[in-house]
Design a protein around this ligand. Structure first.
Ligand code: NAD
Ligand code: ZN
Ligand code: ZN
Length: 390
């Protein structure tokens, strides 16, 4: 089959790789009908994710049609079913899965020992996300093997198109979780860093949950426009002093909650900490560039919440913990336990409360993937979200 394979920093190739096969009775194989590129894939593309191997098939926002199913998953899935596949791989039976914390599954990461060395404990395995998290071939491909297929995949109800449901695989649940972490009370002010696809769904979810005011922060004009169209006020971090502006907008108190939907690769700005982060990472003296976490902490009101869904990898420097402890902040963060959110989020689509396709700017073939990675990373020509069909 054909797939998008990673061969190093900024080097994605459309190549022929072996077809996936059922390896376990709980597996299924899907023929991919649509897949997307996630901001998390950009961290791989930019070479900041460890334990990648040349030739790895990546991609974790995938849906398709079941073409083969193992005996132990056949009570849940049939050949011909249309499914969306959560990016988090989960067994459904362990300590964490039983609690709905699917992205903490303790059985789905065969590379557990490596992850434990870096993080103390291992999270769940993920599709197409390095040999720290299972080395599972991803879904930017013609076919994908889905482990624990009796647990993860969501059967798509008739009448819903691929574009209406594809982002249930990751970015809609992620944006929704980011807002849910904020425990929004009627009228709250929520500040959101990053108006990429995840930020866009965090904005829309915060509004659905009753936020009075959403302040969305980015610098890319069309992303700010899209945030405005959803009902947010916007700040441009290259022009505005974000802290001062949030102070003004909140009568000097700070935002009720702050969401980081940017992660470890923010733009480098002129601010001192941002420049130091850049130097440290470039000289292997640091693992991450947590400028947004620092700013979100300072901009959050006393006893407010900092909700982090932007991805970080290692040891974050110069986090203003003094500000957080002395002012009673709550931190919430996770790789999204997608399976937990699906029963709640599918009805929002069916009832037309949200249209997931609004973020799609580029529709293309899988073979165009290598170029699209560059376009999405460089935010060129208005590119916000790419959907590909094999
Ligand atoms: P994206 O790269 O398209 O969007 C990031 C946005 O942040 C861009 O629009 C960029 O201009 C903006 N930005 C950069 N520096 C900024 C700053 N200093 N202040 C405000 N905005 C800034 O990516 P995306 O797909 O929207 O994903 C966003 C993050 O969420 C990534 O880190 C991704 O890895 C992460 N993610 C996490 C999960 C999860 O389960 N927690 C799931 C999906 C994505
Ligand atoms: Zn993702
Ligand atoms: Zn489990």
């Amino acid at each position: 089959m054909k797939a998008l394979c990673w061969h190093g920093k900024s080097d994605m190739r459309y190549e022929t790789v072996p077809d996936p096969k059922i390896q376990d009775p709980r597996d299924a194989i899907i023929k991919v009908t649509a897949c997307a590129i996630c901001g998390s894939d950009l961290h791989i593309f930019n070479g900041v994710i460890p334990e990648m191997e040349s030739g790895d098939v990546i991609g974790h926002e995938t849906m398709g049609e079941v073409v083969d199913v193992g005996s132990a998953a056949s009570h849940k899935l049939k050949v011909g079913d249309r499914v969306v596949v959560p990016f988090t791989i989960a067994c459904g039976e362990c300590f964490f899965c039983k609690r709905g914390q699917f992205s903490g599954c303790e059985r789905s990461n065969p590379d557990k020992a490596k992850a434990e060395k870096l993080w103390g404990h291992s999270p769940a395995g993920l599709f197409g996300y390095s040999h720290l998290l299972g080395g599972y071939p991803g879904g930017q491909a013609e076919y994908m093997r889905v482990p624990f297929a009796d647990v993860g995949p969501l059967k798509v109800p008739d009448g819903l198109s691929d574009e209406q449901v594809l982002f249930l695989s990751d970015i809609f649940p992620t944006g929704y979780m980011a807002a849910e972490f904020c425990n929004i009370q009627n009228g709250d002010t929520i500040a959101i860093w990053g108006c990429g696809p995840v930020g866009q769904f965090a904005i829309r979810s915060a509004i659905l949950m009753g936020a009075g005011r959403v302040i969305a922060i980015d610098t890319v004009p069309e992303r700010l426009e899209m945030a405005k169209a959803a009902g947010a006020e916007t700040l441009d971090f290259m022009k505005d002093d974000v802290y001062e502006r949030i102070q003004e907008l909140t009568h000097g108190r700070g935002a009720d909650a702050c969401i980081d939907a940017v992660g470890t690769e923010p733009h480098t700005t002129a601010s001192f900490d941002s420049v130091v982060d850049r130097l440290k990472v470039a000289t292997f003296m640091g693992t991450d560039r947590p400028h947004v976490v620092r700013q979100a902490i300072h901009c959050c009101r006393n006893f407010g919440t900092v909700s982090i869904v932007g991805v970080y990898g290692g040891y974050l420097d110069k986090i203003p913990f003094g500000s957080a402890i002395n002012r009673g902040l709550t931190f919430r963060m996770a790789q999204t336990p997608v399976q937990h959110y699906l029963p709640k989020l599918l009805p929002l689509i069916e009832e037309d409360k949200i249209d997931l396709s609004v973020v799609i700017t580029d529709r293309a073939r899988l073979e165009d993937g290598p170029e699209l990675y560059k376009k999405f990373r460089d935010r060129k020509d208005g590119c916000i979200k790419v959907v590909m069909k094999p």
